[in-house]
Design a protein around this ligand. Structure first.
Ligand code: XMP
Length: 513
């Protein structure tokens, strides 16, 4: 296994991801890890991550020198390289010009890191400082015209440093470099898998929650909270309590599915809080999108708190809240405030832990979405949940434009069900980021049989995206659109017109509100 020491780079997690893709087990620890902790980890190799600080600054983060005394290979990336140079007797200075972005290096294939790679490599540079004199024992193994020490090695001690980022996709052959480090240099075998990750995660949760701690989890029906809950359940059994809040703005069949899968299939201790009346009465008369979101967020916290009080009345306490926070929610750490500072917590349950003074258990905070999905399959979650498209916390309330009423929700639910069915039948569900219906506050004239109609308009939205940050409208086949349109108009009372949304994000957002 490989130990990654984090100096606060936004790319640290990508190093772990690349290594895991290679089947190599690794853990990220803060650079402040103690000498004992580092020794106890017994790594086969150590990676020193990048970071935004300058080793020239007095208060810049350092790693315990023990990493250089373990007798195992060390790879310094960017800041990690500079730190290694600085600590081992070299010299680091401010570069005359900072180098950020693409560069081409000339690399020596005699170095184990570059074995099997072409002599010229495109890489992604990002540094302000640069190494000016190498420590004793080191020699350069790659350079660019402006960076004579783009990569260096100490062949005897097997210390390596690269000034560029092999972990990002802008270094196209970077994964091979990391593979050389892990397999050839450190002797890792590539046997690690998601199955093994389950055991590690379960151990970590047990250690955090302790032998008699209790935890709560708000299940949303989505894949993240589901996987988080299953992991925690595996770790602490029925000391976990799950709460599913029916907020009245769910889609058709959603509550039944959650109760079926988590209650009956997995036997999670699950309570459904039926709060639909209460949410809808708070939403009555409200048309402003932000107001709707705030009301739903506030009400969710209130319902959840009441549920916890209810547990307490039965003598069940709670010490921790389980959240399905993923790495992209954490990654927006740009400044060095202690390794990888959290900037954003999950927006659906934001505020809960502060209000309730609970500790946080976030077993997915090192994973990306596709890894969470693989983990879900490993835990036996059905494919329908694992592959589920994202669904916003405020639910259908932000897809019924204008006032949210029972009647309008019911119309939207029927239309949305048809969209879901047809997208699945066309085999496109897993390819699309999202596909859904929106009920517009617009009525228009139509004709059905010999009758004039004056009814609602429904917009269909289908989006291609990899992360929801940007997206393009999906070029759905016309005959699919035709089927969706004619089914909605024929089967859903109250809709006589269907339009297709052809706006990309940006400048439009995915949701209409
Ligand atoms: P927008 O509309 O901002 O949405 O382009 C981007 C992605 O985020 C989802 N979304 C939410 N998800 N709580 C969530 O969990 C929310 O309040 C929320 N608002 C938007 C949206 O469905 C899309 O996938």
């Amino acid at each position: 296994k490989i130990l990654i020491l984090d100096f606060g780079s936004q790319y640290t997690q990508l190093i772990a991801r690349r290594l895991r893709e290679l089947g190599v087990y690794c853990e990220i620890h803060p650079c402040t890890a103690s000498a004992d902790a580092i020794r106890a980890f017994k790594p086969r190799g150590v990676v020193l991550s990048g970071g935004p600080a300058s080793v020239l600054a007095a208060d810049s983060p350092r790693a315990d020198k023990v990493v250089f005394e373990l007798g195992v290979p060390v790879l310094g990336v960017c800041y990690g390289l500079q730190l290694m140079a600085h600590e081992l007797g070299g010299k680091v200075g401010n570069a005359a010009h900072r180098e950020f972005g693409p560069a081409t290096i000339d690399a020596s294939s005699a170095c184990e890191l570059f074995q099997g790679l072409p002599p010229r490599l495109d890489v992604w540079m990002s540094h302000g400082d640069r190494v000016e004199a190498l420590p004793p024992g080191f020699e350069p193994v790659a350079s660019t015209p402006s960076a004579p020490y783009a990569a260096v090695e100490d062949r005897r001690r097997r210390f390596f440093g690269v000034q560029f980022h092999p972990e990002v996709v802008h270094t196209p052959r970077g994964a091979e470099l990391l593979k050389n480090f892990a397999y050839a240099v450190c002797g890792c075998s590539g046997q690690w898998s998601m199955r093994a990750y389950v055991d590690v995660a379960v151990e970590q949760i047990r250690a955090q929650v302790g032998p008699d701690g209790h935890a709560l989890c708000a299940l949303s029906g989505g894949v993240d909270s589901a996987v988080a809950a299953l992991l925690v359940h595996r770790a602490i059994g029925d000391r976990l309590r799950c709460v599913f809040v029916d907020n009245g703005v769910l889609r058709e069949g959603e509550r039944a599915q959650v109760e079926e899968v988590f209650g009956r299939m997995f036997h999670l201790p699950l309570v459904t809080a039926d709060a639909s009346k209460r949410f809808l009465s708070k939403l009555a008369g409200v048309t402003d999108p932000e107001q709707k979101r705030k009301i739903i967020g506030r009400e969710f916290i209130a319902v959840f708190e009441e549920q916890v009080e209810e547990f307490a009345r039965h003598g069940e306490r709670a010490d921790f809240l389980v959240q399905g926070t993923l790495y992209p929610d954490v990654i927006e750490s740009v400044s060095f405030k202690g390794p990888s500072a959290t900037i954003k917590s999950h927006h659906n349950v934001g505020g809960l832990p502060e209000v309730m003074k609970l500790g946080l258990v976030e077993p997915l905070r090192e994973l990306f979405k596709d890894e969470v999905r693989r983990l879900g399959l490993e835990l036996g979650l059905p494919k329908e949940i694992v592959q589920r498209q994202p669904f916003p916390g405020p639910g259908l309330a932000i897809r019924v434009l204008g006032e949210v009423t029972e009647e309008r929700l019911s119309i939207l639910r029927k239309a949305d069900t048809i969209v879901q069915q047809e997208i699945r039948a066309a085999g496109l569900y897993e390819q699309l980021w999202q596909a859904f219906a929106v009920l517009l506050p617009v009525r228009s004239v139509g004709v059905m049989g010999d009758e004039r109609t004056y009814e609602n308009t429904c917009a269909v939205r289908a989006i291609e995206s990899t992360d929801g940050m940007t997206g393009d409208w999906a070029r759905l086949p016309y005959d699919l659109l035709a089927r969706v349109s004619s089914r909605i108009i024929n089967e859903v009372r109250g809709i006589n017109r269907v339009v297709y949304d052809v706006s990309s994000k940006p400048p439009a957002t995915i949701e209409w509100e």
